[in-house]
Design a protein around this ligand. Structure first.
Ligand code: MF3
Ligand code: CO
Ligand code: CO
Length: 266
């Protein structure tokens, strides 16, 4: 399957799905506290998506080739977990860093976004810096998106910012085209060379979702078949938005009232 370009009307529909995904993160933020379990956060998000928003949580039973069906409605990745953390009954602890990744389906269209959360007070200086620099990595990637730019420009900008700050980029997972399907072409690498890769075109919709490690880049998979951790058990952070390429540049489809703003406003 090749890259599907979205019409303006399709982007209108994806803007709704995207905003709803962002609003799930706005909704859940006050519940992220020491003592809550990620299974509770999963249930709250599930019920909000289904009963309040009229959405389908895309992760639930999602089973790409080679994966067991995903058993929950959100991903919750703590500390050295890189991505795809499966919600469970262990309570969050003061000082944890947590990524919550939400993907909604509204009227057949997907919206995919994730944020980092500090659990209570007491996140280490390193943890705070990793969350901040990773957020900046997302936005230096977004800043590279416009018609005529190349996919490699995005990865190069992200890799440079991460490595300049002493962090490493996870190579095994990437951003992705998105639309009627959760994961479409193209793959959006978070590393690479400026000028490499395909040219960005109006109507493309894809995510940027850098996973940045405080230590080495290598990752491993837990026996649950989903959860990815850093091999060296160093902290990892991730932020994600869904973007549409417009005539003039880029539109972030997953913004909502509570989304932290672009740290590099024009
Ligand atoms: N939301 C993740 C992404 O950004 C994918 C999670 S797949 C799941 O691409 F099944 F774990 F939800
Ligand atoms: Co994604
Ligand atoms: Co996601």
């Amino acid at each position: 399957m090749s890259i599907t370009l979205k019409t303006p009307a399709e982007i209108d529909a994806m803007r709704v799905a995207g905003r709803l995904a962002g609003e799930v993160l706005d909704y859940i933020e006050p519940f992220v506290k020491p003592g809550v379990t990620t299974a509770e956060l999963d249930r709250l998000c599930h019920d909000y998506m289904v009963n309040v928003q009229g959405c389908i949580p895309a992760p639930l039973n999602y089973a790409p080739p080679g994966y067991p069906p995903y058993p929950k409605s959100i991903c919750a990745s703590i500390n050295h977990q890189v991505c795809h953390g499966v919600p469970n009954d262990r309570p969050l602890k003061r000082g944890d860093i947590l990524n919550l990744d939400i993907t909604t389906i509204k009227d057949g269209w997907h919206g995919d976004t994730s944020r980092m959360f500090a659990v209570g007070e007491g996140v280490s200086i390193l943890g705070k810096r990793l969350m901040k620099i990773t957020h900046e990595c997302l936005w230096v990637g977004i800043a590279a998106v416009k018609p005529g730019a190349r996919l490699g420009d995005i990865g190069a900008a992200i890799q440079r910012h991460a490595e300049q700050n002493g962090f490493s980029v996870v190579k095994e997972f990437c951003g992705h085209g998105i639309g009627r399907r959760f994961h479409e072409e193209p793959q959006v690498l978070h590393y690479g060379k400026r000028g490499d890769g395909i040219e960005l075109q109006t109507g493309m919709v894809f995510t940027i979702e850098p996973m940045i490690n405080a230590g080495k880049a290598a990752v491993s998979e837990l026996p649950d078949g989903w959860t990815i951790i850093t091999k060296d058990r160093s902290l990892s952070a991730q932020w994600e938005h869904t973007l549409a390429i417009t005539e003039t540049g880029v539109e972030v489809l997953t913004l909502s009232a509570g989304a932290p703003p672009n740290p590099f406003p024009a």
